[in-house]
Design a protein around this ligand. Structure first.
Ligand code: SF4
Length: 238
């Protein structure tokens, strides 16, 4: 493919066609059974890899079966159990806060609407979108993590750096039926090909339509996206 970068963002149709070609069944790579496990895993995934989260949740989900279990132990015990995912104090606070609210207001079940999910402490739109899209099959928005943020900017789909504004822009560009998959596609592509430190443009199926193609090789600086120093934007960032 051409080494001359495209001037404009690729059309949503073309972008989806190319990415579906590489990732025909895009899906969440976190391991879970049911909404509560996905909610907890998504909170843990802030500033952490899915591999690490899956390692931790293997034993975590054996020990904590329902929302009441996360509240039945001292906070320090939960913190120790999730320590290796980083930012463990904030994450433990979010998990316990969310579980408390789930028990208090939702009869012990994770709610299935954006409005209700956003009432859970520590849950912002990213986490809510992941849970809604992955376990409830509802596209109320698009989950925007650090990969989605970075790739959307590189591909010229947005100039925003705020996840909520990026989400709004992507929602206006892409048909709703692709919202859930779009997030997975960009995350998979960010992990496998368009790595933050060294995007592999030569191997990228978008390199003839991406305005940032081969920029890294040409040594051009990219405008950095401001990263949070702590997560619990458990749902807003990565
Ligand atoms: S790998 Fe290169 S061509 Fe592909 S999306 Fe990333 S910057 Fe663009």
């Amino acid at each position: 493919m051409s080494r001359r970068p495209a001037r404009r963002a690729p059309s949503p149709r073309l972008l989806l066609k190319r990415l579906y070609g590489v990732y025909p069944e895009p899906r969440c790579e976190l391991r879970f059974e049911g909404p509560l496990e996905l909610l907890v895993a998504t909170i843990l995934s802030a500033q952490c890899t899915d591999e690490r989260v899956n390692l931790v949740t293997r034993s975590l989900f054996e020990k904590y079966r329902g929302p009441e279990d996360y509240l039945a132990v001292p906070p320090e015990e939960l913190e120790a159990d999730i320590r290796s995912t980083g930012f463990f104090r904030n994450k433990a606070r979010s998990i316990r806060g969310a579980c408390g609210r789930i028990l208090e207001a939702y009869d012990g079940r994770v709610p299935g609407t954006m409005r209700d999910l956003l009432t859970l402490p520590g849950v912002a739109r990213k986490t809510a979108n992941v849970v809604l899209g992955t376990v409830f099959g509802k596209a109320e928005g698009i989950a925007v993590d650090t990969h989605v943020t970075r790739l959307s900017r590189l591909l010229g789909l947005t100039t925003q750096s705020d996840p909520v504004k990026i989400e709004r822009e992507l929602m206006s560009r892409f048909p709703r039926r692709h919202w859930i998959a779009l997030s997975h596609l960009l995350i998979l592509h960010g992990r496998r090909v368009c790595a933050a430190r060294r995007p592999n443009c030569a191997a990228c199926v978008l390199n003839d339509v991406c305005p940032a193609a081969f920029r890294h090789e040409r040594g051009e600086a990219r405008r950095p996206v401001r990263r949070p120093t702590a997560p619990p934007a458990a749902g807003s960032g990565s």
